[in-house]
Design a protein around this ligand. Structure first.
Ligand SMILES: [Zn+2]
Length: 286
């Protein structure tokens, strides 16, 4: 009996991960036609039914919408072959898509620290890294800003006003379920950012940094699901189970100090502050 998962040359539908990565890197992580980073892998030449191997040269990235348009013959196939020579994201240097954020203040989760309705979540040496803006003018939605650069100043991820921009300078990017995962050359996850969508319009998004392991402007940042640490040359904070509501800033790293919270409501249980005598613990009163 013929296995339905195989074509006439006994080639499985499953494209090996190493081939997928090569295709992602070559096409710069976005649909070759429109740059959407939510992608599918498509055998173009030859088509899967006629393919004897998973040769990356014949495979490309397409988003669901463009894939559907090709299947329904709205976009001709030769346009994909043309686009494969000069993928959309390669021309732009980026792949981008909108990031869906709720009409109520989203909850930001970093390790076991949660914050809601706080303006700035992370500020490093005067520069906003992660922040939330309330709806303005014509938009009913909260606006997320996340600007992540590595120690060399290379842009890793930018979310500006809910528009997610993935840099083609990054080694590898995968959209895994509702998470964006960015890898470095050593196959390590640099960032895993999940956006848990609400089921009702009255509920908030939960934006969770599942992992962030990097040095930003000389500041060591290590966030995991259960633990978090921020370290400068003079101060260090270990994040415990905290809750911040209505704050100006949640984590503020300066040259000699690291502040946790600033005004508003704070529920601090276990965060610890190590090292430098100059570390300021600024616990808001609310
Ligand atoms: Zn597309």
């Amino acid at each position: 009996m013929k296995d339905k998962k195989l074509n006439k040359y006994n080639l499985s539908r499953d494209i090996p991960n190493i081939v997928k990565r090569e295709v992602r890197q070559r096409d710069c992580f976005g649909c070759v036609l429109c740059g959407n980073p939510i992608i599918q892998y498509e055998h173009v030449k030859p088509e899967y039914k006629d393919a004897k191997s998973h040769d990356p040269k014949g495979i490309t990235l397409l988003c669901g919408g463009c894939h559907d348009s090709v299947t329904r013959k709205i976009i001709p196939k030769y346009e994909i072959l043309e686009a494969m020579k000069n993928p959309f994201s390669k021309q732009q240097g980026i792949a981008s898509r909108p990031f869906s954020i709720s009409k109520v203040p989203p909850i930001i989760k970093i390790a076991r620290t949660e914050s809601q309705n706080c303006k700035t979540i992370i500020k490093i040496l005067g520069e906003e890294v992660l922040s939330i803006k309330a709806p303005i003018d014509d938009s009913p939605y909260y606006s997320l800003y996340f600007n992540l650069k590595d120690n060399n100043g290379t842009q890793i991820l930018l979310i500006n006003d809910n528009e997610m921009v993935l840099s083609s300078k990054v080694f590898d990017i995968k959209i895994e379920g509702n998470s964006v995962v960015i890898y470095n050359e050593d196959e390590e996850k640099v960032l895993a950012l999940a956006n848990h969508l609400p089921s009702l319009p009255s509920e908030p998004n939960i934006i969770e940094i599942e992992k962030l392991n990097m040095i930003h402007k000389g500041i060591e940042i290590e966030f995991y699901k259960k633990s978090g640490r921020v370290k400068s040359s003079k101060a260090e904070i270990t994040l415990g189970k905290n809750s911040f509501i209505d704050q100006e800033c949640v984590i503020e790293v300066n040259k000699e100090t690291i502040n946790l919270g600033s005004g508003g409501l704070t529920f601090l249980e276990e965060s610890t502050f190590n090292g430098s005598k100059t570390t300021i613990i600024n616990i808001g009163s609310g």
